[in-house]
Design a protein around this ligand. Structure first.
Ligand code: ATP
Ligand code: MG
Length: 870
């Protein structure tokens, strides 16, 4: 059965059981402080389990893009070495939110696997939770008895907390689970060892395919468990593993999910899969990683230096490294796999097809830049090798290469071993540990349990219509971190405070009680669906109501920038073309930033056209037309665009100003006229094919013009109030250039005179014409003198010292004949004498220079010069 059919069979099976099919949520999470990427099918539904939101249906089925490369679930280092763990994989799932429980979940899983997919019962094993003393939990007898209806008892195994108790994180919903394992070994192998003994033993042919989680508890911050009011079902089946079983192969990489990619790698690299284990690992790594990286970029997460972007960058670099080391690919090639990937998966995941060109460009540029890093790293590594005495390179040096230059440690080890050197791995690991400790200490945070004051109220956002409201605290908790100290997080029954989201910053403001006591709200953020207000202190009377007031000025400035962002988006599509797509935005009170896809730098004319377009719509005083809670289809029909990687609810909010229509949850001015004026302050590249515009509006524009005006008058003043200051400045610049030229000529003359003097000062030592002297010339002057003298002798040894701007310079000249006959080397001389001036340098055997920060050492260096003549 083809993988596409397997996926749709799964979904239609549960559809027949009254489940609603939903599409995969974006893989990159935006409002979740505990998780960067969706790492299991349940992550997008967390809010339903926590009771913060209501699902549209209490039975859902889906296939979810998951990425396990960081945090609690991290399979990155396994990938490539085994045949069944991926970074990115699809998790097929069926979900019950307070509806059916163990009985149906177990019966249906068995029906699907054995009857619909026809898997032989005799290759399946199931597990149940054996209980745990720590948590005071008994064995899951309920599940055991249910399994007994289908499976013989010798195939029902008991498992411990590690394998059979599923937890989302340190806190939150959790429960016992039952896993289904397959044993796909040959009959011969099975006769030797029973499959029973290999379940959960990391055997590549006895693997878990499906996990049925019975959510019935909530783990509190103190580690204790409480029962959930509603019980839920959360199941996850690895799609690629299921394909392996149904296609009768021994490895996920031999299924049609991967074979087309692997074929393409073989063609591009001219290597064969299945002949050499090292090459196979590399091919698996690359085939796996290109999927993870491509899907992330399609979801809007570009490789970068921080956070989720950095994780993606590291995955891609891991792939480049394996290609570089084991497949001899020294030029970009991974981007060339995107074509086949989008052909094979673009139907199930249209975002891949739609953004193929962008994904290719971004990957190619990342590959190029990392290959440059590798080249540079090789040069540095060679230098380290040259300087190494003995046969071991220190861990500190290797760590520096790794940490500062991003040069991978395994490559360092490999290259050293080729040169017959060893790497002090222990020293390296020590440095790595030290660094980890430093960053752990910086990010450590403790979060208390919520103290619940009112349970029933669902928080409502009223901030589109008002900046002030009477609110009641429904829950709060304390969060302690090194960075911010103690902070409180407050949740109200309703709030006028906008929580950071959709690029727009969170509101600031204050809470005031009946006595006029005030607590400042420093920031507002969303955690999944809940709006959280950050304060330094807890208000006094937490059970009374408060007046909650948003900082109106900040909000207004932010709104000007948000509306301007929409107009800018429209302007760019109008001026540059409809290939322009929003790739990120940041809307602050002081400025806005907008990233978009476009392939070349904007010309001055284009920038002017864009600015004019926006300003014309500001002058046009277009009113805000807002439609709340309309079906997404209606908004799209109205002209709104939906963005890849955004998670939209069933209903959306559409914001229109004239012809600009966007799906947007942010806050806006009532009329574009409020913005007053729009000004672009910068335009540049952020990644291949992605440009960034920064712009300002309203008060910030006034400040901008005021500042520029002030600078202009100051400049004019300095130019003695010239009528035409630009011309006056040009004249000054010309004068400056011509003076510089004159100085150069004078210095050359001076050098000529000096040359005569120096010639008379030469001493003969051991048949060598020798001079070591401090000169009052710059580096190029000294070089001229040395070379001119050099042209007159065949046995010259010169060492000149000079002091310039508090720095020291040594220059050494040795006639080529001496270099040949006596083995003298100017590079060596300056490197050794460089230590007296606290510096270093190098060059050719006949001429070399060193710079240093200690001019006081020049004399000593000059004195030592003679020692080279003996
Ligand atoms: P394993 O022990 O094999 O790593 P797991 O216990 O981490 O699996 P779960 O967290 O229960 O797996 O995930 C549910 C299912 O998702 C698994 O049964 C498996 O089929 C699949 N799965 C888990 N991790 C991966 C991965 N890295 N690559 C591919 N499939 C995976
Ligand atoms: Mg795992």
């Amino acid at each position: 059965m083809k993988s596409q059919d397997i996926r749709s069979k799964f979904l239609s099976f549960f559809k027949e059981k009254q489940h609603t099919i939903v599409s995969s949520a974006p893989m990159v999470l935006k409002d979740d402080p505990t998780l960067m990427f969706v790492n299991s099918g349940m992550a997008p539904f967390k809010e339903y389990f926590l009771g913060n939101a209501q699902p549209k249906s209490n039975r859902i089925t889906d296939t979810q893009k998951c990425l396990r490369v960081s945090g609690k679930h991290n399979d990155l280092e396994e990938v490539g070495y085994d045949t069944y763990h991926h970074t990115l994989f699809e998790m097929l799932g069926n979900w019950s939110f307070g509806d059916y429980f163990k009985k149906e979940a177990i019966a249906w899983s068995w029906e699907l696997l054995t009857e619909v997919f026809g898997i032989d019962k005799d290759i399946l094993y199931v597990t149940v939770f054996e209980g745990s003393k720590d948590d005071n939990l008994e064995m899951d007898n309920e599940a055991y008895d249910l399994w007994k209806l289908f499976v013989s008892e010798d195939r029902i195994l008991k498992g411990n907390k590690k394998d059979n108790f599923w937890e989302m994180g340190d806190q939150g919903p959790c429960g016992p689970c039952s896993e289904i394992h397959v044993d796909i070994r040959s009959a011969e192998e099975k006769a030797k060892v029973s499959g029973k003994d290999l379940v959960n033993m990391d055997h590549p042919q006895v693997v878990e395919i499906w996990n049925l989680v019975f959510m019935q508890y909530n783990r509190k911050a103190n580690g204790s468990l409480e029962s959930l009011p509603n019980k839920h079902i959360d199941t996850g089946m690895g799609f690629e593993r299921l394909c392996m079983v149904l296609q009768g192969v021994q490895s996920n990489y031999d299924t049609d999910v991967f074979t087309p990619i692997i074929k393409e790698v073989e063609t591009i690299t001219n290597k064969n899969y299945g002949t050499d284990e090292k090459i196979d690992v590399a091919i698996r790594v690359i085939s796996d990683h290109v999927r993870a990286v491509a899907f992330s970029i399609a979801d809007g997460q570009l490789p970068s230096n921080t956070g989720a972007g950095y994780v993606i960058r590291r995955i891609l670099r891991r792939a480049v490294r394996y290609g570089f080391t084991f497949l001899d690919k020294k030029e970009p090639f991974i981007y060339r796999l995107v074509d086949i990937l989008s052909k094979k998966m673009g139907t199930a995941f249209p975002e891949l097809k739609a953004q193929k060109q962008l994904i290719e460009n971004v990957i190619k540029e990342e590959e190029q830049s990392f290959l440059r890093t590798l080249d540079q790293g090789l040069i540095l590594l060679n230098r380290i090798v040259e300087e190494t005495k003995g046969d071991t390179v220190s861990g500190e040096k290797a760590f520096e290469l790794y940490d500062t230059y991003g040069f991978p440690i395994d490559l360092t080890a490999l290259i050293l071993s080729e040169k017959g050197l060893k790497l002090d791995e222990e020293g390296f690991n020590k440095e790595l540990e030290k660094q980890k400790k430093r960053s752990r200490a910086a990010s450590e945070m403790t979060t208390d349990d919520w103290t619940i004051l009112h349970n029933d109220a669902e928080e409502e956002f009223v901030g589109y219509d008002t900046l002030e409201a009477n609110v009641k605290l429904t829950r709060y908790r304390k969060v302690t971190s090194k960075k911010d100290g103690e902070m409180y997080q407050l949740v109200f029954n309703l709030t006028p405070f906008y929580a950071e989201g959709g690029g727009q910053v969170g509101d600031k403001g204050y809470l005031e009680d009946a006595h006029g006591d005030v607590v400042y709200i420093l920031d507002t953020k969303k955690e999944n669906n809940v709006i959280i207000h950050f304060t330094k202190n807890l208000p006094n009377d937490i059970n009374k109501s408060f007046k909650a007031v948003v900082d109106a000025k900040q909000r207004y400035r932010t709104e000007c920038n948000h509306t301007a962002t929409h107009l800018l988006h429209q302007a760019l599509r109008e001026v540059l073309g409809t290939h322009v797509e929003q790739k990120g935005s940041a809307v602050h009170s002081k400025y806005l930033r907008f990233d978009f896809s476009h392939f070349s730098k904007l010309t001055v004319e284009e920038l002017r056209d864009v600015e004019n377009f926006v300003n014309r719509r500001i002058e046009g005083k277009l009113p805000l037309i807002e439609k709340r809670n309309i079906p997404k289809e209606e908004a799209i029909a109205d002209g709104a665009m939906s963005l890849f990687g955004e998670k939209y609810g069933d209903t959306v909010r559409a914001i229109r100003f004239g012809q600009s229509v966007e799906l947007c949850g942010g806050t806006h001015v009532k009329n574009t006229g409020d913005i007053w004026h729009f000004k672009i302050v910068s335009e540049g590249a952020v990644a291949a094919g992605i440009r960034r515009i920064e712009a300002i509006t309203n008060d910030a524009v006034k400040d901008f013009y005021f500042e520029n005006n002030r600078a202009y008058f100051e400049m004019k003043d300095l130019l003695n109030n010239a009528q035409e200051p630009v011309k006056a400045l040009q004249n000054l610049q010309e004068e400056n250039t011509s003076l510089k030229k004159q100085i150069e000529v004078l210095l050359k003359d001076k050098a000529k005179n000096i040359k005569g003097e120096l010639k008379s000062e030469l001493q003969e030592v051991n048949g060598i014409q020798f001079l070591a002297k401090k000169l009052d010339l710059d580096a190029s002057g000294i070089k001229d003198v040395a070379f001119e003298l050099g042209s007159q002798f065949e046995n010259l040894f010169l060492l000149f010292g000079a002091e310039q701007n508090g720095k020291a310079l040594l220059s050494c000249y040795i006639s080529k004949e001496l270099v040949a006959s006596k083995g003298l080397n100017a590079g060596l001389v300056v490197r050794e004498l460089g230590k007296y001036i606290q510096g270093g340098g190098g060059g050719q055997p006949f001429f070399a220079t060193a710079g240093g920060k200690n001019p006081d050492g020049i004399d000593e260096a000059l004195e030592k010069a003679k020692t080279y003549l003996t």
